[in-house]
Design a protein around this ligand. Structure first.
Ligand SMILES: NC(=O)C1=CN([C@@H]2O[C@H](COP(=O)(O)OP(=O)(O)OC[C@H]3O[C@@H](n4cnc5c(N)ncnc54)[C@H](O)[C@@H]3O)[C@@H](O)[C@H]2O)C=CC1
Ligand SMILES: CC(=O)C(=O)O
Ligand SMILES: [K+]
Ligand SMILES: [Mn+2]
Length: 351
């Protein structure tokens, strides 16, 4: 029996609705598999936890999570309780940084049973490889003076190590996919970090001369996601650019509610973390209508990570088959609720 210790953090808003559903799916997959078991430990860390304890997680929170094989997270953020920069920095971004989850992989591809909002898209299959530990999401900076004299400085941090690491990962992925790499840059507007980004991209691409590359400014690239997504394969991007492109990737698939993600620790020192691309969606929380597919597809990425791609494929086929049968939440044009969608996926896995 292969036992996998999962640290489960549903977090806020619809995270609390979709995580339990995805865990039901994982339990079903365990039953079908017979030799694989997930032992889940739940952590209530969230904005509610902050309201009670004045912090997003206990002081030894990271030590508690360290013991697990992976972290399965929903979403963090409830601006009605605590400001987003405090809640995300105190939990989500802290885990990503401290656990050296330096890469964030986010697929965007057409799946059966969902109509893309693009008029008539050709088949696309994009893998966004986002730098996840530095870049624009650094805590370096500060505020001085008040009123009209106030000055705010937000530093973006780009290290040779961090940039070459994410690019190396992107090239290795492209090699497996027999594809190519597109770099998201903005060296026409950002004078220090992005020319550096371009230089490192040239260096790393020289080591992989068999892989075709191109480099696009982020503004133009955003448009290409809409006008010609079929021309893209692996897209490597800084933390902020990758964040934005992945919501766009989700949108052209059909909804942010279906997009999965993996925060990958490469050095094996800490667990990786799997969470959907979407946030806590306060606008629909409590109605039971959140699309659980982002969280469930995220479970497939976790299965792949643990060397169980067959189970992952069973899961993706079950997702596609229930979508083709029209069992969908409202964000993708259906009338089913969160539980009905999960039930339909579970029924197909059992078949
Ligand atoms: N990784 C994380 O935990 C993230 C957390 N956040 C946080 O989430 C909160 C809300 O942020 P927003 O910018 O509104 O982004 P969001 O992703 O939560 O929501 C954006 C839009 O997509 C819809 N949506 C998202 N997930 C859905 C699902 N599964 N099914 C159906 N519709 C879905 C929402 O209803 C909303 O209209 C904030 O506190 C934000 O900081 C935002 C993004 C990522
Ligand atoms: C924070 C956020 O929006 C993301 O990681 O996607
Ligand atoms: K999330
Ligand atoms: Mn985001």
């Amino acid at each position: 029996m292969k036992n996998i210790q999962l640290a489960v953090i549903p977090g806020d808003g619809i995270g609390k609705e979709v995580v339990p559903e995805a865990l039901r799916v994982l339990d079903t997959l365990s039953e079908v598999h017979g030799g694989l078991k997930f032992d889940a430990i739940h952590y209530p860390w969230s904005s509610d936890y902050y309201a009670e304890h004045g912090e997003m997680m206990p002081k030894d929170g990271l030590d508690q999570l360290r013991q697990s094989d992976a972290i399965f997270l929903g979403a963090i953020g409830d601006p009605s309780i605590v400001a987003d920069h405090i809640s995300l920095n105190g939990l989500l971004l802290k885990i990503r940084r401290e656990f050296e989850q330096v890469i964030n992989v986010r697929p965007a591809k057409q799946i059966k049973g969902i109509v893309s909002p693009l008029g008539n898209p050709r088949d696309f299959d994009i893998m966004i490889v986002r730098e996840n530990s530095e870049g624009e999401y650094s805590s370096s900076g500060g505020r001085v003076h008040n009123g009209e004299d106030e000055i705010v400085i937000q530093n973006a941090v780009f290290t040779k190590k961090g940039v070459s690491r994410v690019m190396e990962y992107a090239f290795q992925l492209a090699e497996q996919r027999s594809g190519h790499v597109t770099s998201a840059t903005k060296s026409n507007g950002i004078v220090h970090s992005m020319p550096f980004w371009d230089e490192v991209f040239s260096e790393v691409s020289e080591k992989h001369s068999n892989i075709p590359t191109n480099s696009e400014h982020i503004d133009a690239l955003s448009a290409f996601f809409v006008t010609k997504p079929h021309t893209l394969d692996v897209v490597v991007a800084s933390n902020l650019f990758g964040d934005i492109l992945s919501d766009l990737g989700a949108a052209i698939m059909g909804s942010i509610g279906i997009a999965p993600a993996g925060n990958i620790n490469l050095n094996g020192k800490y667990p990786s973390m799997f969470e959907p691309v979407h946030g806590s969606a306060p606008d629909i929380y409590g109605k039971g209508i959140a699309n659980p597919i982002g969280q469930i597809w995220t479970a497939k990425m976790m299965l792949d990570h643990f060397g169980e791609p067959e189970m992952g494929n069973v899961l993706l086929e079950a997702i596609e088959s229930s979508l083709e049968a029209g069992i969908k939440t409202a964000d993708i044009g259906g009338h089913s609720n969160t539980k009905e969608v999960t039930d339909a996926i579970i029924a197909r896995i059992k078949k």
